[in-house]
Ligand binder design. Structure first.
Ligand code: SF4
Ligand code: SF4
Length: 70
């Protein structure tokens, strides 16, 4: 597993904006930026189908709750 860089080309691939669980805030790209400070209702997570998740060999989901993987 590799740490996801906070880079625009990676942020542009993030699917959080289409996610039904995403908190109503400007922040997204949680696997690089860290967890949300907002309450998150688990209604599914799109990370498992995201190309960032695949390319960086990430193994979890709900990074908006768990924070960026170490
Ligand atoms: S793995 Fe999840 S948090 Fe990371 S870029 Fe993809 S959709 Fe966004
Ligand atoms: S980290 Fe997963 S659950 Fe959270 S907003 Fe992104 S896709 Fe949705």
């Amino acid at each position: 597993m590799t740490r996801v860089p906070f880079a625009p080309e990676e942020a542009g691939r993030c699917l959080c904006g289409e996610c039904p669980s995403k908190p109503d805030e400007m922040k997204s790209f949680y696997c690089a930026r860290g967890k949300s400070t907002a309450e998150v209702a688990r209604r599914g997570c799109l990370c498992e189908e995201c190309s960032v998740q695949i390319d960086y060999n990430l193994a979890d989901s709900y990074y908006c709750i768990l924070g960026a993987p170490e």
